[in-house]
Design a protein around this ligand. Structure first.
Ligand code: FAD
Length: 495
């Protein structure tokens, strides 16, 4: 084909070298290996990265697995620990506590969800909590860890795990991978973005030293500011602050206490107007408070955060303001936004890095040519929007169901109007104990079940077909499941 007729993309410029930038670079280098595609990352070591983002969900392991990286290597390179789920503390008042595990609960029978059998048994007076039927939650609560079986003998054995990692080290590791695969890197500040006068597409980046970096496709990984997608192309932002009231965080690192074993879960503790995270790494811990600045001053926020760190502080607390919401279009003209430039949901369920992964997968699947056919952009934008709305709803759920009575913040959250998509889910759950499933859901029914149960929201009635099972047999089967899980946990080594 003549160069002139060949519409293939010849050069991709990735704008920013944070977690999003280097994940994108590594994935594209791997995907397009042995093709002439040129990939360049432009980042500024003067500006730096956001420097938080340490808790992940299990999809991260599939992300780096696709690059041919192994758990052991990534864990060593990023000072990682294993994460079996998230532990929610005090969300229903002082002393309340539950784990959202990466895994299933019990064993479905005859196509009826396990929770219906459990509900019947609970109504009959059995006090065993739902978590006793989750291997993931039970391992996490016991501080244990083992690799899940690749061929679980039953649903009862299904659990998964993710990583707590040093995000800076993760980006470095991926940078080494991408550079070894031929990715170019330019360390410079971008001064301006040049648009083609004829169609407003991005032509080049102009750097501080006057150099120009041209490209066919630009991936905006420049963080919150959205240097290309927002500032240059003028794509707007859909603000979700009416549902997600937190708009700032303080982040601080702490030293590990000698002899303390790192917990195999992320700790998220409700505070007066937000919540605090605690993330154990091998060499230190990450801590932070996510809060609503309308309800809490900075001094109050620090006074709530600092006495509860996982160890002595190693750094000064850093304030990070943010705006929950999404970029109205993640892809406009020849620019695709991935990472914080495409939107942000607070880190309660550790979803930002996972959204970077799905953004990259989508970009690979819909990789355009230089004609940038509109249906490709439309599909990308539709999938991205729907996926973010699903995650948004899942996070809102935690606020909506909270049972704290101590502050206006929590009372307001309980009373706030919620998106219609979430209302439908809650209505079906309470009426029939079933899960509305939309396209592009990141969280499966077991995760919704974990949160409903954690906050004590149950259906009006269990599935009537459950009554076909002999009650004595039901009680015996459930007791057996609990024993199997407890025995397995007892035999498993510490994390
Ligand atoms: P950034 O890290 O901000 O990177 C932007 C890049 O663009 C940098 O390299 C910068 O140098 C470059 N850049 C910007 N402007 C210019 C310029 N003019 N010239 C040249 N280069 C430029 N995610 C999770 O998955 N789990 C978590 O537990 C989690 N916790 C979080 C807690 C908080 C409080 C916040 C705010 C976020 C959290 N996140 C979490 C999100 C996570 O930090 C980000 O999704 C992730 O780090 C990706 O960031 P990024 O690469 O998009 O942006």
């Amino acid at each position: 084909m003549d160069e002139i007729d060949d519409p293939r993309i010849r050069s991709v410029v990735i704008v920013g070298g944070g977690t999003a930038g280097w994940m994108t670079a590594a994935a594209l280098v791997q995907h397009f290996r042995s093709t002439p595609l040129k990939i360049t990352v432009v980042e500024s070591s003067d500006i730096g990265t956001i420097g938080v983002g340490e808790a992940t969900i299990p999809t991260i392991r599939r992300f780096y697995g696709q690059l041919g990286l192994r758990d052991d290597d990534v864990m060593r390179a990023t000072q990682a620990t294993c994460k079996l789920g998230i532990r929610f503390i005090d969300w229903s008042g002082p002393g309340s506590d539950f784990i959202h595990p990466f895994g299933l609960y019990g064993q479905d029978v005859k196509g009826i969800g396990f929770h219906h059998y459990w509900l019947k048994q609970k109504r009959a007076g059995d006090p065993a909590p739902l978590a006793a039927y989750s291997l993931g939650a039970s391992l996490a609560a016991g501080g244990k860890f083992i690799q899940p079986s690749p061929n679980p003998p039953s649903q009862l054995s299904v659990f998964d795990w993710a990583l707590h990692l040093d995000a800076g080290l993760f980006a470095q590791h991926l940078r080494a991978y991408a550079e070894a695969g031929g990715c170019a890197r330019i360390d410079a500040r971008i001064r301006s973005v040049e648009l083609r006068p004829e169609d407003g597409f991005v032509r080049a980046l102009t750097l501080d030293d006057g150099r120009e970096v041209e490209g066919d496709l630009f991936v905006d990984c420049s963080g919150f500011k959205g240097l290309v997608i927002g500032e240059a192309l003028g794509v707007g932002f859909e603000d979700w602050g009416r549902w997600l009231p937190c708009d700032a965080a303080y982040a601080v690192q702490s030293a590990n206490r000698p002899g303390d074993a790192p917990a195999p879960f992320t700790r998220v503790t409700a505070r007066s107007a937000g919540w605090q995270w605690g993330i154990p790494l091998r060499h230190r811990a990450g801590n932070g408070l996510v809060f609503s600045s309308a309800h809490l001053s900075d001094d109050q926020a620090l006074a709530e955060l600092m006495p509860h760190l996982l160890g002595d502080p190693l750094t000064e607390p850093r304030r990070i303001p943010f705006r929950p919401g999404r970029r109205s279009q993640a892809w406009a003209k020849n620019c695709v936004a991935i990472g914080l430039s495409s939107g942000f949901l607070e880190p309660l369920e550790s979803t930002s890095i996972a959204l970077i992964e799905t953004g990259i997968e989508r970009l690979k699947a819909l990789f355009p040519d230089r004609r940038f056919a509109q249906p490709i952009l439309d599909e990308f934008n539709d999938q991205t929007a729907r996926e973010m709305e699903r995650v948004r709803d899942f996070i809102i759920l935690h606020y909506k169901l909270n049972r704290r009575t101590d502050t206006d913040f929590w009372r307001d959250c309980r009373e706030m109007a919620i998106p219609e998509t979430l209302e439908r889910k809650l209505a079906l759950w309470t009426a029939r104990g079933q899960f509305v499933r939309y396209r592009w859901e990141m969280f499966h029914p077991a995760s919704w079940l974990a949160i409903y149960d954690g906050f004590g929201l149950y259906p009006d009635h269990y599935d009537p077909a459950v009554d076909a099972m002999d009650p004595a047999y039901l009680a015996r089967s459930l007791a057996e499941m609990r024993t199997n899980i407890a025995d397995f946990v007892a035999r498993t080594p510490d994390h």
